[in-house]
Ligand binder design. Structure first.
Ligand SMILES: Cc1ncc(C[n+]2csc(CCOP(=O)(O)OP(=O)(O)O)c2C)c(N)n1
Length: 332
């Protein structure tokens, strides 16, 4: 299982570089509206899941991905451009939300990337709806949907309803649950009372998979099994990754309430994977340095382009309810 590993590390590094640049821009006062939300610590879990989805190509629909807050790596691996992220953070008219919504509330239905709905758990229903619609039209084939949830998001009414209907309908849905120990500043022991969130899989009627969310290879293994089972018609799959949010909830939050003992229990997936690939001779020091130079240059180029672009002009605006650039692209 080596083919994908350099690409996996590259998506993780690209996400980390993008997040770090956006955080710097926030501290410089350069962000329009809202905060910056980092995926720090969740790059492996997100990229390993999404790399195993099929991207939409040549107008042919692939799988569907509904990201949550900390899916910078997965978004990029699914085809979202760095430019779309920069444009949204900067409120630029050419962005996927046309400058009318900020930060992570963005998506592109034309590539199967569901725009993130702020209300936690609310993306489950539309993804289930897409899968059921494709099935009714005879277009489903072996497509899957991937929905990201956090330990906090697992507790909303929308999540319970969505998980239940996915199981009742035996949909090819993979739910990635990132238990990062925190929902805002609420620790997991105040968020759920079961031993582990994976215990809920059985109750809903999902197959259960677990992984160490700080270990990119272990994440890959778990999502590989889950995706294969979903594509083979074995119903919905839940993958629980255990990890730690390595930032505040957003950059307005320094996360100083996280005790040192908790921090010491979890590593950072990006340097951990870099060290493993070096130790195993998959990459050498020169290749790693070149990779980081490349991803940082890509981020800066996207940011420079977005900075040079105009904001929306209210006098010119069509006020269409849709954010999608080309509605024709929505047809599978
Ligand atoms: C229904 C709903 N309730 C509350 C919020 C406010 N809110 C946004 S993010 C968040 C914490 C989410 O925690 P979790 O799902 O564990 O994700 P994490 O931020 O830890 O990645 C909350 C409570 C919301 N967006 N939607």
């Amino acid at each position: 299982m080596t083919d994908h590993r350099v690409d996996l590390f590259r998506w993780m590094a690209l996400a980390r570089a993008s997040d770090e640049r956006m955080a710097l821009l926030y501290r410089q006062g350069g962000i329009r509206g809202g905060s910056v939300f980092l995926s720090k610590g969740q790059e492996a879990f997100s990229a390993a899941a999404v790399m195993q989805l099929r991207r939409w190509t040549g107008g042919v629909a692939g799988d569907v991905f509904a990201p949550l807050i900390r899916d910078t790596a997965g978004r990029l691996a699914f085809g979202e451009t760095l430019l779309d992220g920069c444009r949204t953070y900067l409120g630029r008219a050419a962005g996927p939300m046309r400058g009318r919504d900020g930060n992570i509330h963005r998506g592109d239905v034309g590539i199967g990337l569901m725009p993130m709905i702020s209300h936690l758990g609310s993306t489950l229903a539309p993804v289930c709806g897409m899968l059921m619609g494709w099935r009714q039209l005879g277009l489903l084939a072996d497509r899957v949907g991937l929905v990201s949830l956090g330990d906090g998001a697992m507790n909303t009414g929308a999540s319970h309803e969505g998980l239940n209907i996915a199981a009742v309908e035996r949909l090819p849905l993979v739910v990635a649950v990132a238990d990062n120990q925190l929902a805002y500043s609420t620790f997991s022991d105040r968020t759920y009372a079961c031993r582990s969130l994976i215990d809920r899989a059985t109750g809903y009627g999902f197959a259960a998979h677990t992984c160490d969310g700080t270990d990119a290879d272990d994440c890959w293994r778990a999502f590989s099994a889950a995706m294969a089972a979903a594509r083979a018609g074995r119903g919905p799959q839940m993958v629980l990754g255990t990890l730690l949010r390595l930032a505040g909830h957003g950059e307005h939050d320094d996360g100083s309430y996280v005790p040192a003992a908790l921090r010491e229990r979890f590593g950072d997936c990006v340097p951990l994977y870099e060290q493993r690939l070096l130790a195993q001779g998959v990459l050498d020091q020169a290749a790693v340095a070149a990779l980081w130079d490349d991803v940082r240059a890509q981020v800066q180029a996207a940011l420079d382009q977005a900075l040079a672009e105009p904001e929306p002009d209210p006098a010119q605006h069509d006020w269409s309810a849709y954010a999608v650039r080309d509605l024709a692209e929505r047809t599978p």
